[in-house]
Design a protein around this ligand. Structure first.
Ligand code: C2E
Ligand code: MG
Ligand code: MG
Length: 648
């Protein structure tokens, strides 16, 4: 009989292409991928052997029997090996991350038992000819059990289907298709083989099986997070943009794990990974109600489609409840702290970028909220978000077009009975001329990372102002610094360069910082402040009384001046408790030789009290409001001891 081996050539080329692709794919491989790689190489060898054995069989009379027997024996052996390898790769994917499952062990035991039975049959065949034999005239004959290897193949496929059905709920969606595709292809090829008996299709079956696994593997690699097996950020973006396009209503829940660094630090990376896997596994169980994603290291996202609001709320609450319970893994058991935020698809169409930005905003608010309440991107939040974006755009424009400007609020020295300096305050006006309060734009600048740039700009403008008014005794000017410690060192370096460039004595510039900037790392703060003092740049502690600072902290850092917050001063005339506290603070500062400055003095009564308590300096509307720099220059040059005056 003449065989048609064209399909074998084709599958050989197909497998070779997969092999070449893998050769150039430099990504690190998992155990499963290594088995797959070996399967492809082995399948190519088996295919070539198969083609060769068909030729030698057709030309049996001219071929040594030993060669024919060897090639055919290897053929049956290769079918057994490849059937087992394909089965194991399939099971490894089906049970990925759950390798301790007894069901996986059963599947492997069945596969390996079939393999050993088949190999035994191949070996026994050498003595019995049950599978095939060559007669004296070197002709090939099928043995009585020739169809048995095919039966083994059928058993393997049947097993995959059975385990696929048993595991269907726990399997990744992308992999479920394999359970349908693999058996379908096998049945089709089996039918073709039945109709065209002279066509050799063994390699084709194996080739298609490996190709299907390969495609599924590639899809998984691109869209799936390797650790949790959830869809990744990339997949989330794709899916969301599809939903936006189709205008399908959806709700998105963000779950951010808090303090996971500590979990890793205390329990170790392996336990951390196991915990993340458990969280991912729990979330994947919510399908088909919600599709879970791991959108960043410690952030998970659920997308819920077409669910009525009541059911959605129940789902959301059940997720929150689950996170209040411990997570158990093989290596540890731990409680995880999480924050929750959710966004509902808006009635009007929005782009994917807008959705992502609103999600980020809601998540950030959730992280900042100490009560840990879930944050919903409500209408109110939407307005807040829109305003924030507007302020960001105004700041960016102002930076580009140099629209920021300075005001200075004079500070009154009680002993010298005159203004001796002032605080530099940054100002920004909207396009329509309305001022945007620094209380609004500075926190946004800090969040968005613009604050350091603004800080450098304020320093530059201040130095330029001092340089331009060298002939007037402007005294000292204090600048607010809101950068974090890392950037703070850079800020100081920049200031030193400016002082030199504009020829300004360092005593004339003071840096105002809130405790948040320095108290993160007290040791480093000491070193930075000692350095500043050495160079003659005084540091003022701003807003004393609003944070967690206490006199003990203040005493450990060499502040030149402490600015007592206006909140402290507000009630000093009406609340005896506030009065008592202020007295204690001022006494403490005096004993430490630190200048005490009262912020926010607005009335004569408050003024009398702070003077009585021995405050050194006063900054407040009662003395002077923040004013344009030229006005300040004029005021201070005219400075005489008949103050206070009211300036509007
Ligand atoms: P701050 O550093 O505590 O500045 C003092 C604030 O108190 C100023 O508000 C000032 O106008 C206000 N103030 C002064 N006297 C009185 C008073 O008698 N009564 C009342 N109610 N308020 C008084 P402003 O200019 O709105 O600034 C608010 C905050 O914005 C500042 O608080 C500071 O934290 C920040 N800020 C302003 N300019 C800058 C800057 O250039 N850089 C940085 N990083 N922050 C700045
Ligand atoms: Mg200040
Ligand atoms: Mg202040």
């Amino acid at each position: 009989m003449i065989h048609n081996i064209v399909p074998e050539y084709i599958s050989c080329v197909l497998l070779a292409l997969i092999g070449v692709y893998m050769l150039f794919d430099k990504k690190s491989r998992s155990q499963k991928e290594k088995i797959f790689q070996f399967s492809v190489v082995f399948a190519i060898i088996a295919n070539i052997n198969n083609i060769f054995s068909i030729y030698t069989m057709e030309n049996a009379a001219r071929t040594p029997v030993l060669l024919n027997v060897t090639l055919h024996t290897f053929y049956y052996f290769a079918v057994a090996v490849l059937t087992t390898l394909v089965s194991i790769t399939t099971y490894a994917t089906m049970f990925e991350g759950r390798y301790d499952e007894p069901r996986l062990k059963t599947a492997i035991v069945i596969s390996l038992s079939s393999f050993f039975a088949e190999v035994a049959l191949v070996l026994i065949n050498l003595a019995t000819g049950w599978l095939f034999y060559f007669d004296e005239s070197r002709m090939y004959h099928a043995g009585a059990l020739n169809a048995i290897p095919l039966a083994f193949l059928a058993i393997a496929i049947f097993n995959i289907i059975i385990f696929g059905i048993l595991e269907r709920k726990r399997m990744k969606k992308s992999f479920r298709m394999i359970i349908i595709v693999l058996p379908t292809i096998s049945v089709i090829i089996g039918l073709v083989q039945f109709l065209l008996p002279d066509t050799v299709l063994t390699g084709t079956i194996i080739g298609f099986a490996l190709l299907t696994l390969f495609i599924a593997g590639q899809q998984q690699r691109a869209r799936v997070d390797a650790l949790t097996e959830l869809s990744n950020r990339e997949a989330f973006f794709n899916d969301i943009s599809y939903l936006c396009q189709k205008k399908t209503p959806y709700c998105i829940i963000i779950i951010g794990l808090k303090n996971f660094k500590q979990v890793n630090g205390i329990l170790g990376q392996r336990a951390g990974d196991a915990l993340l896997y458990s969280v991912g596994f729990y979330l994947s169980q919510l399908e088909p109600c919600a599709v879970a994603y791991r959108t960043s290291g410690v952030q998970f996202t659920l997308v819920v489609k077409r669910m009525d609001l009541y059911e959605y709320e129940a789902l959301f609450q059940s997720v929150i409840k689950r996170f209040s319970q411990p997570w158990k893994t093989d290596v540890c058991c731990a409680e995880l702290r999480a924050v929750f935020a959710d966004v509902h698809s808006p009635e009007h169409a929005v782009g994917v970028d807008e959705v992502i930005a609103s999600l980020e905003y809601a998540t950030r608010l959730a992280k900042e909220d100490p009560t840990g309440k879930p944050v919903r991107f409500s209408d109110q939040l939407k307005n807040q978000f829109a305003r924030r974006n507007y302020v960001i755009s105004q700041m960016e424009k102002a930076l580009q077009q140099d629209l920021f400007f300075l005001n200075i609020q004079p500070v009154y020295d009680i002993k010298k009975q005159r203004f001796t300096g002032g605080e530099v305050l940054l100002r920004l006006n909207e396009d329509n001329g309305m001022p945007i309060s620094p209380g609004e734009f500075i926190p946004i600048a800090i969040e968005t990372g613009i604050a350091t740039k603004l800080g450098l700009m304020v320093m530059e403008k201040t130095c330029r102002f001092l340089h331009a008014n060298q002939d007037i005794d402007i005294g000292w000017l204090s600048i607010n610094i809101s950068s974090q410690q890392d950037e703070f060192d850079e800020t100081v370096h920049h200031l030193e360069m400016l002082l030199e460039q504009y020829d300004i004595e360092s005593e004339r510039i003071k840096l105002e910082i809130t405790e948040m900037v320095l108290l993160e790392d007290l040791e480093r703060a000491h070193a930075t402040m000692d350095e500043l003092n050495l160079r003659g740049i005084g540091v003022y502690l701003d807003d004393f009384g609003t944070g967690y600072s206490n006199l003990v902290n203040v005493m450990t850092l060499p502040f030149e001046c402490v600015k007592i917050d206006k909140g402290f001063i507000r009630n000093v005339a009406t609340h005896p408790q506030s009065f008592g506290m202020l007295r204690t603070v001022v006494q403490g500062l005096r004993s430490m030789n630190v200048i005490a400055l009262a912020e926010g003095v607005e009335t004569e009564e408050q003024d009398n009290i702070v003077r009585e308590l021995g405050i050194d300096r006063i900054q407040g509307y009662y003395y002077a409001r923040p004013m344009a720099t030229e006005e300040f220059a004029w005021l201070i040059s005219e400075s005489c001891p008949i103050y206070p005056i009211q300036t509007e």
